[in-house]
Design a protein around this ligand. Sequence first.
Ligand code: 4GX
Length: 255
Amino acid sequence: MRIDVVTIFPEVFPGPLDAGVIGRGRMRGLLDVVVWDLRGFTDDRHRTVDEPPYGGGAGMVMKAEPFLRAVEAVRRAAGTPGPVLLSSPQGRRFTQPWARRLAVMPQLTVLCGRYEGVDERVAAILDADEVSIGDYVLSGGELPAMVIVEAVGRLVPGVVGEEASVREDSFSDGLLDHPHYTRPAELGGHAVPEVLLSGHHEEIRRWRRREALRRTLARRPDLLYEAALDDEARTWLRELRAERDRGSACPGDRG
Ligand code: 4GX
């Protein structure tokens, strides 16, 4: 897979994308990250990428033409053009299912905005999807672009060596992951749950799934609306909700 990134700060790449699983995936040619300097697509002496907003107000807005020219160059270079993303707090939330849909594409372009944003016509003309990595304000789209490359890149077949670790990840079934433990078996008065030392694979599977449900209910009940739960999980969830509500004044206040 090829991911093209358009930015006014090309020097911050590859940054963390040189390390670990993504770094190795790039080295092995499974993933190609190509970074483009937006200023290379300006046409004035000052290499201007921003202008004051029409209608007035604070800050600057990124001009459309450099982005449009950059994407034209990306499309010429990439051959097989894929979707264009624009990172923005106004975007739809980036999720694991979205990452999975992107990971089957041969190519992806991520545009990094700065300042107050990017001229609205960029997304309209390029049919770009605005994508938010979360509800907080950053000063540029470079970190979101890296987040997207990391989340999508590790889903490209072969990038993560062990297929099972992608399959068993948090969110793979729409729930949070279960707790993990490693040696020593006792630490600061905290013992590893007995069942994990028992060698009973079926009991371990059931414990993990139940703990994943417990955590999801406690921390991210919103995920339970979307999760595909089988009969076993729905039964446990009823038990876990009852357990929780026995200790609370106002059941129903939570998920
Ligand atoms: N998830 N930012 C983008 C400039 C900007 C604003 C509007 C396009 C439209 C962010 C986030 C994020 C800060 C990146 C503002 N560009 N991006 N930048 N949260 O906060 O994606």
